[in-house]
Design a protein around this ligand. Structure first.
Ligand code: GRF
Length: 229
């Protein structure tokens, strides 16, 4: 990351409802927060994310992937727009296009994403269905630096939620999404406040981290002897 003098200039790429974008907008609106969202770019017109950006007084751009003959030219247009706005960090927030290796390398260590699973488990689409099929007891989300391979890269923040009896994709997605709205702002905060660094392609948090207790799901049983003993 280049040295930052003023507030970190953030660009957010979206394709849809933008609930994560909203969480980042709310974070950056906090007085004295050391980052600002300077542009929101959507590959689709008329998405709620653009309305959220406009409401927040943020510059909006639509760069429709369909208007470009191939992925390199689309990614080139994204890159140009980000540079025009002097973006220093790019946040993918429900951006539904796969980026070229060239773009990812151009923005290496300055490009982050949120994925609705505990990576490296359940890459790609339909993560909640994948989690339910696998029968895992916990799922969650991951904020990570982007690398050319899909849903790969150094992990910044993860949030864990339980998978509960009777969960379906909708219920699990809602629980994970609520966790996303805490995890993504935390990741942006860690970066904006210079509290992390990359060592050997892993993220090191510079602050001493409080011990995180183990979680059990199902919860531990009451401490009495099992029946028959
Ligand atoms: C989130 O679930 C995120 O993890 C995934 O795309 C979804 C975007 O939702 N990458 P929203 O547009 O932020 O509401």
């Amino acid at each position: 990351m280049p040295p930052v003098t003023g507030r970190l200039r953030v660009g957010v790429l979206v394709s849809g409802s933008g609930t994560n974008l909203q969480a980042l907008i709310d974070l950056c609106a906090m007085p004295g927060f050391p980052a600002e969202i300077v542009v929101v770019i959507s590959n689709k017109p008329d998405v709620l994310a653009l309305e959220r950006a406009a409401r927040g007084g943020i510059a909006c751009r639509v760069i429709a992937h369909r208007a470009y003959p191939d992925r390199p030219s689309f990614d080139g247009a994204l890159d140009q727009a980000l540079r025009e706005h002097e973006v220093e960090l790019v946040c993918l927030a429900g951006f539904m296009r796969v980026l070229t290796t060239a773009f990812v390398e151009l923005w290496r260590d300055r490009l982050i994403n949120i994925h609705p699973s505990l990576l490296p488990a359940f890459r790609g689409l339909h993560t909640h269905a994948q989690a339910l099929t696998a029968g895992v007891r916990f799922s969650g989300c991951t904020v990570h630096f982007v690398r050319p391979e899909l849903d790969d890269g150094p992990i910044i923040v993860q949030a864990v939620v339980p998978v509960l009896p009777g969960d379906d994709e909708v219920g699990l997605a809602a629980r994970v999404q609520a966790a996303e709205h805490r995890a993504y702002p935390l990741a942006l905060r860690l970066i904006a406040e210079r509290r992390i660094r990359l060592i050997d392609d892993r993220v090191e948090v510079l602050d001493p981290v409080a011990e995180v207790p183990a979680l059990l799901n199902p919860p531990d049983l009451p401490t009495h002897p099992p029946p028959g003993r």
